[in-house]
Design a protein. Structure first.
Length: 95
């Protein structure tokens, strides 16, 4: 099941010293159990509870802080897959 969410993402590129790069409001989708166990583009098995993300160009292992502007909560996710494809507005697929 996927749902479109209004998501704020603060990109934090993991390097020797990291800092917030800025804030962008982007569209994202969420994927759950229907893809559990499939291989991601990085070779990992997809885990819908893994707090991971798919992005078209960010390097695998890039950490992102993703927030929900409706409730003010945020979580850290790690890029381990490529996508989203076929949706111009969506920037991230989240699990």
């Amino acid at each position: 099941m996927s749902a479109n969410l209004g998501i704020s993402a603060f990109l934090v590129f993991v390097a020797l010293s990291t800092s917030a790069n800025g804030a962008d409001r982007v569209a994202a989708s969420w994927y759950g159990d229907e893809l559990r166990g499939n291989r991601t583009a990085s070779g990992e098995k997809f885990n819908p509870d893994g707090l991971t993300a798919a992005h078209k160009t960010l390097p695998f292992g890039t950490c992102l802080v993703v927030g929900n502007p409706r409730n003010g909560k945020s979580v850290n996710v790690r890029v381990n897959d490529r996508g989203p494809f076929g949706h111009r507005r969506r920037i991230l697929d989240l699990s």
